[in-house]
Design a protein around this ligand. Structure first.
Ligand SMILES: Cc1cc2nc3c(=O)[nH]c(=O)nc-3n(C[C@H](O)[C@H](O)[C@H](O)COP(=O)(O)OP(=O)(O)OC[C@H]3O[C@@H](n4cnc5c(N)ncnc54)[C@H](O)[C@@H]3O)c2cc1C
Length: 345
């Protein structure tokens, strides 16, 4: 028990997720959102494509989930949400994200949309107590995913997993999505399409042309499903020094790589995450009002800064002596000889 901590209220809050869910249901009821508002949009049919959804959302990660819930609150019910991942594995958290904890601070309200009982903190305190919350420096990555799974359960947007958007067309009436799932190919028309497909929406992982022809047994992008165990005893080269590069280096060393050499084009590794500027409320409220040129310049600035590695990546348990960094180094490569044994050296 830590007597030094003064809580702003005597209310210890819900003591279980079940209790929290009751409180959330009460909040929604007070706001006439339980059940969510009635659909108010006139049903529409396209002359060629048939019934038209009011909104189609592609992606059920954090953005797609919260958009689905926000639309439900607005009484938009004729909606479907599609994600190609299996249920509960949306977004990067349990696939290619390798940091031990989130990089963003736990206080960010994330997808809670103004509902205090829908925040990560409410979810956490209901299970572990408010004293435990005072000790959270960063949220463990998979715990964040557990929270998102709970968020999905309690907000219940109409998500269809393992369903991928493979083509998009449309006319002045509607957009037409071509979706592929185990059931086959389906075409769905919608008045509005919300692309919440995360970084995949930016064209996918970027592999510089220089490495395009390399044998895939020898190289991988950090967003690939990498078999780190296969790197045991090997020398691994990591190109870049952004957060994912450092995460991958740490993971390789933990999996028993003999040595990891990081090749860094900059003169020094980033230590300050200037991208943190986007956490300000001014950013959330004002970004849409900036001109396109201002937005472009802002985002370019953030991209140039990248995400600095941080405690999320290298807590003391990950401080390993077998990593070396070479700064101001440009990578070059040659095609590996066919007889060379697979390695990433
Ligand atoms: C390694 C790493 C660490 C990160 N750490 C943080 C952090 O600490 N804090 C933070 O705020 N953010 C972090 N981010 C950024 C993080 O990705 C976003 O905050 C969050 O995941 C964005 O949510 P999203 O819904 O926009 O995208 P995502 O969570 O990526 O969700 C997009 C979804 O769209 C689906 N999808 C994509 N294309 C299609 C398609 N064609 N058809 C159907 N479905 C599709 C995907 O399956 C995915 O589930 C990190 C990202 C990475 C890669």
């Amino acid at each position: 028990m830590n007597d030094a901590i003064a809580f702003p209220t005597d209310d210890p809050g819900p003591r279980s997720l079940a209790e929290l869910e009751v409180r959330l249901a009460r909040d929604l009821d007070f706001l006439a959102l339980s059940p969510p508002a009635k659909n108010w949009l006139e049903p529409r049919a396209h002359p060629e494509w048939g019934p038209v959804l009011d909104v189609a959302i592609v992606g059920a990660g954090m953005a797609g989930l919260s958009a689905g819930f926000a639309l439900k609150c607005l009484g938009v019910r004729n909606m479907r949400v599609f994600d190609r991942s299996p249920e509960g594995f949306e977004g990067p958290w349990a696939t290619f994200a390798r940091m031990e904890t989130l990089r963003s601070p736990p206080e960010l309200a994330g997808p809670a949309l103004g509902f205090a009982n829908l925040t990560f903190r409410a979810w956490f305190e209901a299970q572990f107590g408010r004293l435990a919350w005072t000790k959270v420096h960063r949220i463990p990555r998979l715990q964040w995913l557990d929270y998102l799974r709970w968020y999905r359960k309690v907000t219940d947007p109409p998500i269809e997993n393992r369903t991928e958007l493979v083509d998009l067309t449309g006319d002045s009436e509607a957009v037409l999505l071509t979706l592929r799932s185990a059931a086959g190919v389906e075409r769905v028309a919608a008045r509005r399409l919300l692309l919440a497909n995360g970084r995949d929406g930016l064209g996918g992982a970027y592999v510089p042309q220089l490495f395009a022809g390399l044998d895939r047994r020898c190289c991988a992008h950090t967003s690939d499903d990498i078999d780190f165990a296969a790197l045991r005893g090997k020398v691994v080269g990591v190109i870049g020094s952004g957060a994912s590069a450092v995460d991958a280096a740490a993971e390789a060393l933990e999996a028993g790589a003999m040595r990891v050499a990081m090749l860094v084009r900059r003169a020094d590794v980033l230590r300050i995450n200037r991208g943190k500027g986007i956490w300000s409320p001014g950013m959330w409220h004002g970004f849409n009002r900036l001109t396109l040129a201002q937005r472009w310049s802002f985002v370019q600035g953030a991209i140039r800064c990248c995400a600095a590695r941080g405690t999320a990546t290298f807590p003391s348990s990950r401080a390993v002596p077998r990593a070396t960094s070479r700064y101001a180094t440009a990578a070059s490569c040659s095609t590996p000889r066919a007889e060379r044994s697979p390695s990433t050296s």
